[in-house]
Design a protein around this ligand. Structure first.
Ligand code: GAR
Length: 206
């Protein structure tokens, strides 16, 4: 069975989507870089091994990431799921887990990498926004997209309303993509994502 670790920093609604999916028994470890992340409580409630690793006790990003990597390797993790994990990853960490680490980002990448994606879409007057699941590569939010979901932006939407509309979609597509990985259908080669041996287009599977 494919062992999954979820890295998070906050609410953990995406972790909850995994716990409520058929992948429940694949979730072997939850790691947070925030002591008060509600995602840790979700792990406790679901009886999943979990830990808080405090970035402040490490000298630099590389050492912190090395501690995370050690936890992941000790637990024999096959797939790393970034679910609202709000830290930049060191190149070493990305390289170690390349091809077996995925992220969900709240925009239709390559649009709006980085933060405040919902407000930026509203400010730009976009009529469509969404989320993207992608393989993680060294450049922030720039790895090959696997799957996207789109939602409409309604007039008068604020960022919270848009976030909520998109999170419904996140909770659908993220476990779906992880399921493909667990079925050995999904891979990354030469910076491109493949599903069932077919290279995926820039915007992912459609
Ligand atoms: C999710 O909406 C995810 O798209 C976003 O953080 C949220 C975490 O929610 N990720 C990023 O912004 C990554 N840069 P959750 O803790 O309830 O799963």
């Amino acid at each position: 069975v494919t062992k999954i670790a979820v890295l998070l920093s906050g609410n953990g609604s995406n972790l909850q989507a995994f716990l409520d999916s058929t992948l429940r028994d694949n979730i072997a470890l939850v790691i947070s870089n925030k002591a008060d992340a509600f995602g840790l409580q979700r792990a406790i409630d679901a009886n999943i091994e979990h830990c808080f690793i405090d970035p402040k006790v490490f000298e630099n990003r590389e050492q912190f990431d090395a501690a995370i990597a050690e936890k992941l390797n000790k637990a024999d993790i096959d797939l790393v799921i970034l679910a609202g994990y709000m830290r930049i990853l060191s190149d070493e960490f990305v390289a170690e887990f390349e091809g077996r680490m995925i992220n969900i980002h709240p925009s239709l990448l390559p649009k709006y990498p980085g933060l405040n994606t919902h407000q930026r879409a509203i400010d730009a007057g976009d009529d469509t926004h969404g989320c993207s699941v992608h393989f993680v590569t060294p450049e922030l939010d720039a790895g090959p997209v696997i799957l996207q979901a789109k939602v409409p932006v309604f007039e008068g939407d604020d960022a919270d309303e848009l976030r909520a509309r998109i999170q419904v979609q996140e909770h659908l597509i993220y476990p779906m993509v992880a399921q493909w990985f667990c079925q050995n259908r999904l891979s990354m080669q030469d910076g491109q994502a493949y599903l069932d041996g077919n290279v995926l287009p820039d915007a992912g599977y459609a």
